[in-house]
Design a protein around this ligand. Structure first.
Ligand code: PMP
Length: 411
């Protein structure tokens, strides 16, 4: 439809016109020079469908988002019901919005008591920003410690605590007073001192290619934080909501943080994040000055409704309990000369190949064969396995057969 507009010749030189449509004169910004050319028309359960109707089994769940599967009927119903009531009405924290209150209550049923106060935001990165500010405000200290290989998002605060120089370099200067220690290095915990406001780490490093904390590392970090009065912030943005076989990754290691960061799978496919702590810590954002963190769309009622339904499904539908066995089945089936290792926990796995080139070729072949997998930001020689948790045994077998077939052709 033209809507009566007169068509203008493009003023953008042809080489800069991205071909989203043959007649496009403007286009979406890209995040890289090339990306998989898959135009999604529909998604349901474990499957995505492209414009031609081709079906793809989704092994990455939008990067650990769609834990209950795509378009879960209970999530859809909750969204439709809320859309019919109201969408945005006011900036977070001002009016009483029932979906926000109900989501905070639902989160309190699955988190430890000391994390039962939730501040709702839009995304993982915003949860990181809010938590870093909260830690500085509560402790009146400045230093932040994170880990080499850590990924916490793309905003300036989150980028400042990223443990990868390549991605940080072009955007410097970043936040001052950020130090990094090596993940799993007990001999570097002495860096956490009375000057430290907080230690921010992923419970399991995701973008580094699924690196688990070894032995009692997390407990030792917790102990050190306590002894110097620093807050421990655990980023559960990838590990949360059943992905590791427990509702939260930290349950596997017997450690409770002072602040936990949530996003991705929280919303059952809809955008929402949260940082959660005790009332005592969280209250420091509300005084001297008040409004220490303001967010217009944070805790959007429609996303809250989706998140409440999502938590209900995860708590009651019984598939989180099967995640460990499903992960074990992947590990059992994925044997090939090209595979050096399959590491990870539950349905948060990395298939270590010999090179990035091999991983790229394998991903492309898998896509041709109707399977979506991916790489990791800091580990491009691995394939990512993070499917919806409702994946069936048959679907796991199909996925592994396709991966092995792709490796036959790339090895
Ligand atoms: N933390 C972790 C561990 C993540 O994996 C991500 C996203 N990949 C983020 C934070 C940032 O989340 P968002 O993209 O929603 O800002």
């Amino acid at each position: 439809m033209k809507l009566g507009l007169i068509e203008q010749p493009s003023i953008i030189p042809t080489e800069y016109q991205l071909l989203t449509s043959p007649t496009a004169t403007m286009s979406l910004a890209k995040t890289a020079e090339s990306s998989p050319n898959l135009s999604v028309s529909r998604s349901e359960g474990l499957y995505l469908y492209d414009d031609s109707g081709k079906q793809y089994l989704d092994l990455i769940a939008g990067i650990a988002v769609n834990n209950v599967g795509h378009a879960h009927p209970k999530v859809l119903k909750a969204v439709m019901d809320q859309v019919a009531k109201h969408a945005h009405v006011m900036v977070y924290g001002e009016f009483v919005q029932k979906p926000q209150e109900e989501l905070a209550a639902a989160l309190a049923t699955i988190l430890p008591k000391s994390l039962s106060c939730s501040y709702l935001v839009n995304s993982g990165s915003e949860a990181v920003e809010g938590a870093l500010k909260l830690a500085r405000k509560y402790t009146s200290r400045k230093e932040i410690i994170s880990c080499v290989g850590g990924y916490h998002g793309s905003t300036f605060g989150a980028l400042s605590v990223m443990g990868n120089e390549l991605y940080q370099q072009p955007f410097k200067p970043l936040l001052p007073e950020v130090r990094q220690m090596r993940f799993n290095a007990l001999d570097e915990l002495h860096q956490i001192t009375e000057r430290t406001a907080c230690v921010l780490i992923e419970t399991i490093q995701g973008e580094a290619g699924i690196i688990q904390p070894e032995g009692d590392y997390l407990a030792k970090v917790r102990e050190r934080c306590e002894s110097v009065g620093a807050l421990l912030i655990l980023d559960e943005i990838q590990t949360g909501f059943g992905r590791t076989g427990s509702m939260f990754g930290f349950e596997n290691y017997g450690v409770t943080p002072d602040i936990v960061l949530l996003a991705k799978a929280l919303g059952g496919g809809y955008p929402i994040g949260a940082f959660c702590s005790s009332n005592k810590i969280m209250n420091s954002l509300a005084t001297d000055p008040p409004l220490g963190h303001i967010t217009t769309f944070g805790g959007h009622p429609v996303s809250c409704a989706a998140a409440i339904a999502n938590i209900d499904i995860l708590k009651n539908d019984g598939f989180v309990e099967q995640v460990t066995d499903k992960g074990a089945l992947f590990k059992e089936l994925l044997h090939h000369d090209a595979i050096l290792e399959v590491r990870g926990i539950g349905l948060m796995l990395a298939v270590q190949l010999k090179s990035a080139d091999q991983a790229q070729k394998s991903m492309d072949l898998c896509r041709d064969l109707g399977l979506i997998t991916d790489w990791f930001l800091f580990a491009d020689d691995c394939l990512r396995i993070a499917p919806p948790l409702i994946i069936s045994e048959e679907q796991i077998k199909f996925a592994c057969t396709v991966i092995l077939k792709s490796l036959d052709q790339t090895n």
